[in-house]
Ligand binder design. Structure first.
Ligand code: BT5
Length: 330
């Protein structure tokens, strides 16, 4: 935690009380000038902090920012959120977490931002990340699993995101292979998992998660390839980002612990139950042409299992999957 986060944490543990600059400086082992400087930054970030002569500082109101101290407060996890780093603005939470991971950050470290100036999708695509409305976070894992199984973690995060949306926002989120979460066919969340590994050993995996919570229609760019949505657009209700993030981390924590003890099968089952195309007749566009078949499920390496129209089973590792009835309607 930074000294700013520690000051906030002190305010939170003493609600409605004045805390003197001297007490803060003693408890954090920083100078009085440093305390004053951090209080000034907090005010600039939108915290209303009253200062009373001979009594000290008191926190009156908190802006809607995602702050490490708030996220850690009351979080009930074994692994996720061991350490939380929050930024009002950052290039990409995945980029920042990669730096921390290379410096030896703990498994479960979370980086979260209120805005990303260079939010990333797959294949160099951009992830739209306006200020203060959505969730942009990255989580560090150091699983002792074979490199070929790392993609199983994408399905683990997809299940956790969809279930958290369904629980907190009362929606019917579905997962789309390989890495999208959809509401009625519109993309509400995207996942970008990145790995650092040698041939035999995973050093770390970063789960990058972007979820459109309170984004309004005018905040989506015109050139989106697929229809997109947000929880607010679907339900008309503003989502408390802090509550949502804590629920998501707790859900990820449960599934990751289960994954480490019981393997991929329980996650695979959940993913298949949430999949929007199970048992559907689909067309898979693979760049060099397309094939048609029925979606049967996932295999242990995260490939989509499709029974082709000629009866043969096929493992799909990459491609764009569309239900055939949708294609017929177009
Ligand atoms: C993804 O890529 O869906 C992965 C997105 C991951 C974002 C998170 S945010 C936290 C972490 N830090 C990062 O820098 N990234 C991760 P892909 O499947 O390639 O989809 C990208 C495409 O989705 C774009 O080309 C747009 O068409 C569309 N798109 C962009 N922003 C969007 C948004 N906010 N909501 C819905 N669709 C969007």
């Amino acid at each position: 935690m930074t000294s700013r986060d520690k000051i906030l944490s002190l305010f939170r543990t003493h609600p409605d009380h004045y805390i003197s600059g001297q007490e803060i400086s003693r408890s954090l082992k920083i100078s009085r000038a440093a305390v004053w400087k951090q209080v000034k930054v907090l005010r600039e970030l939108g915290f209303e902090i009253e200062a009373k002569h001979s009594q000290g500082y008191r926190l009156l109101t908190t802006p809607d920012l995602l702050l490490a101290a708030d996220i850690e407060n009351g979080l009930d996890c074994q692994i996720m959120g061991q350490s939380v780093v929050s930024f009002p603005e950052v290039d990409s939470t995945n980029v920042q977490l990669r730096r921390l991971a290379e410096d030896g950050a703990l498994e479960g470290t979370v980086v979260v931002a209120d805005r990303q100036s260079a939010g990333r999708g797959r294949l160099g695509r951009r992830w739209e990340s306006p200020f203060g409305v959505n969730l942009y976070c990255s989580i560090l894992l150091r699983p002792q699993i074979p490199v070929q199984q790392a993609s199983q973690l994408t399905f683990l995060s997809a299940v956790a995101v969809a279930e958290t949306l369904n629980k907190v926002c009362h929606m019917s989120a579905k997962v789309k292979w390989p890495n999208d979460i959809l509401i009625d066919g519109a993309k509400i969340s995207g996942l970008l998992n990145e790995m650092n590994a040698e041939t035999e050993q995973i050093h770390f995996v970063i789960l990058g998660i972007g979820i459109n919570l309170n984004m309004t229609a005018d905040q989506f760019p015109d050139e989106l390839k697929y229809p997109a949505t947000s929880a607010f657009l679907e339900t008309g209700e503003t989502v408390n980002r802090l509550v949502f993030l804590q629920e998501l981390l707790q859900c990820l924590d449960r599934y990751y612990s289960e994954f480490l003890t019981d393997g991929f099968i329980p996650i695979r089952r959940r993913w298949e139950n949430l999949c929007n195309m199970m048992n559907m007749h689909v067309e898979i566009e693979q760049g060099h042409g397309s094939i048609c078949g029925t979606v049967v499920g996932l295999d242990p390496e995260g490939a989509l299992r499709v029974q082709l129209d000629n009866g043969q089973m096929e493992r799909i590792l990459a491609g764009d999957v569309t239900p055939v009835d949708k294609i017929d309607q177009e």
